[in-house]
Design a protein around this ligand. Structure first.
Ligand code: NDP
Ligand code: 8X3
Length: 246
């Protein structure tokens, strides 16, 4: 009988992370996943019931990450997805707490989780890390200095880790989406759903499931193939700033 593959997903309570839970679970994977909102984790657990393990975790808390992940069996695939954007204004109007939240989550959180899991993957002689980056990790756009900095950092971490891990059997990739219609913009605009909705006005954004299907594709290439960086855009988007709106 074929071995059941195990995935660990951060930020599984919404959007891309939650879609990945469903897509990988439907493909027969054992899913371990976390996020901060325990009610949503409970809902995932009761929806899927088997081959799913949920636990609360704030990836910013390095000690909590070490503790919680030491209880998780070594995954075949780590999906670093937890992340967020807060605020949308010129740098000189940016809020310190927004910057801290973004950089602590998107950059340091990803580092904490990767450090906790990688030694065991390397000891096993193989595995895979997929980071959810962004088009904001390839291009900087106005009003996005701190978020773009955090996603450029994710690009740098992915590329450096790929070099660190070369020869260990661990594959390291990123999937870097453009506009995806999730709770992302509502979080960016501090709960202003009307303003968030305008982000996707007159264009067809990606759905979280489009990204999840791409993550699955990257994860299921033959072991000697590493889809190192996938830039995934809606057809209506050509770059961070060029979006066709009807
Ligand atoms: P959502 O807001 O829908 O989901 C974000 C997820 O991240 C939630 O599950 C949230 O869970 C989790 N999260 C946030 N902060 C933390 C934390 N400190 N600890 C643990 N989990 C956390 O947004 P998306 O699904 O769109 O975002 C997922 C990833 O995709 C992010 O890295 C984002 O930067 C990236 N991305 C999004 C794009 C988009 O247009 N939507 C485009 C390109 C990249 P909880 O609040 O329960 O902790
Ligand atoms: C999220 C997509 O264009 O808002 O990373 O930066 S964008």
């Amino acid at each position: 009988m074929a071995e059941v593959k195990r995935i660990l997903i951060t930020g599984a309570t919404a959007g891309i992370g939650r879609a990945c839970v469903h897509v990988f679970h439907a493909e027969g994977w054992e899913v371990w996943c976390c996020g901060r909102r325990e009610d949503r984790l409970g809902k995932l657990q009761s929806e899927l019931q088997e081959r799913i393990h949920t636990f609360p975790l704030d990836v910013r808390e390095s000690h909590a990450v070490e503790g919680a992940l030491s209880e998780v069996p070594t995954p075949h695939l780590l999906l670093n997805n937890a992340g967020l954007s807060r605020g949308f204004e010129p740098l000189w109007e940016g809020k310190l707490e927004d910057w801290n939240e973004m950089l602590d989550t998107n950059v340091k959180g990803l580092l904490h989780v990767s450090r906790a899991i990688l030694p065991r993957m390397i000891e096993n002689g193989g595995g895979q890390v997929i980071n959810i980056g962004s088009i904001a990790g390839h291009e900087a756009y106005p009003n996005g200095a701190a978020y773009c900095a955090s996603k450029h950092a994710v690009t740098a971490i992915t590329r450096a880790l790929r070099k660190d891990a070369c020869g260990t059997g661990v594959r390291v990739s990123s999937v870097d989406p453009g506009l995806v219609n999730t709770e992302f913009s509502t979080v960016r605009f501090h709960g202003d759903t009307e303003r968030a909705g305008r982000t996707y006005e007159g264009m067809t954004p990606l759905a979280a499931e489009d990204v999840a299907e791409t993550v699955l594709w990257v994860a299921t290439r033959p072991e000697h193939v590493n889809a190192a960086e996938v830039l995934l855009l809606p057809t209506d988007q050509a770059s961070a700033g060029i979006v066709h709106r009807r």
